[in-house]
Design a binder for this molecule. Structure first.
Ligand code: SF4
Length: 339
């Protein structure tokens, strides 16, 4: 763990000094890295265009970069021509989606993060064992839609808040289990889990919750810098669950925090009176956007950077079968390397 003692700040006659505490880990996780690589390799293997159902990850810069290489993003399978390959996003898809692709004879690649797939398999196992699942997550998020689509309708109930727990009326309270979305707030989820366990003491859980390593590591890292900063900027998309959670974690530490997609969104007024600024990035935001922000800050401030590392991540996921050989003959794109 790095010390939070300020580094010697350079002084400048015409620019105020701004101390930057940059959280580590931040930015790309192993699941996002793998999903982007799958799209890139699919383009290399099949040639453009390769269709991608839904944003491959929730980041406009990533989506635009892949579009420039030949990816075509669509919302549903019926927008994919019969002879084109299609990739499913990192958030996972309901079972009906690969089934529909197979019935049309489409070649598809599944970029679902292995940690999301793990929750899918747990859901199937619990339902097969006769349990009703309480699923803690956010309505409408693609991961939630994908996980609900692994089990028959009615086998799972969505729980979004502690208040929701009081309103639950399960048919068999002694035969419940819970699972969670992978990108939730660690602290909020702990409160919801406690409320469920208090109301249904016999509820079954596998490991407590299913929040992934990348989400919990990034939240722990931003918590530390937020406590030492006057303000925090989180680079990420508004529809990126883990990025929005990072803003909430910083604010819970009592530090004003803003989500920005990239340096162009920077509101200079937000930095008035800020001597120490924290910076982090959600799991779908590439490092190049962090550097872009630091460069932009440098135009008005004499910046002194300090990286504050909480955990070193070494997680990497295998590529799907069929792409490993393509990968062996290529090098990583700049987009993946930038992570
Ligand atoms: S945030 Fe977690 S679950 Fe989502 S892609 Fe990354 S590692 Fe997988």
């Amino acid at each position: 763990m790095s010390s939070l003692s300020p580094q010697p700040a350079r002084t400048s006659a015409d620019k105020p000094v701004l101390q930057l505490l940059i959280a580590a880990p931040r930015g790309f996780c192993a699941g996002v890295d793998r999903a982007i690589r799958i799209v890139e390799l699919a383009i290399e293997k099949h040639g453009a265009p390769v269709y991608v159902r839904h944003e491959i990850v929730h980041n406009r810069f990533v989506v635009d970069s892949l579009r420039a290489k030949g990816a075509v993003f669509v919302e549903e399978l019926d927008q994919v021509p019969d002879d084109a390959p299609v990739v499913f996003s990192a958030h996972g898809v309901p079972k009906s989606v690969p089934a529909d692709a197979s019935s049309r004879g489409l070649e598809y690649l599944d970029a679902t993060c292995p940690l999301v797939s793990k929750v899918h398999r747990q859901a199937e196992r619990l339902v097969a064992a006769g349990r009703h699942i309480l699923f803690i997550g956010h309505a409408g998020h693609p991961e939630v839609i994908g996980t609900f689509g692994q089990v028959p309708a009615g086998a799972m109930t969505l729980v979004q808040t502690v208040e929701d727990v009081a309103g639950l009326a399960p048919a068999d309270p002694a035969n419940l289990a819970f699972l969670t979305q992978t990108t939730l707030s660690v602290d909020d989820t702990a409160e919801i889990v406690a409320a469920i366990q208090h109301r249904f003491p016999l509820v079954q859980s596998q490991r407590g919750e299913d929040i992934c390593y990348a989400t919990s590591n990034r939240q722990a890292a931003v918590k530390v810098i937020a406590a030492a900063c006057d303000a925090v900027l989180v680079i990420g998309a508004p529809n990126s669950s883990n990025s929005v959670r990072l803003v909430e974690v910083a604010e819970r530490e009592g530090t004003p925090a803003r989500l920005i997609q990239r340096a162009d969104d920077l509101d200079w007024a937000f930095l008035e009176g800020v001597a120490t600024l924290g910076i982090t990035a959600g799991a779908s935001a590439p490092e190049v956007l962090v550097r872009e922000l630091v460069d932009r800050l440098s135009t008005r401030f004499d910046v002194a950077e300090q990286e504050v590392e909480q955990t070193r991540e070494t997680v990497a996921f295998k590529l799907p079968r069929g792409l490993e050989q393509t990968a062996a003959g290529t090098t990583d794109s700049g987009l993946v390397r930038a992570a």
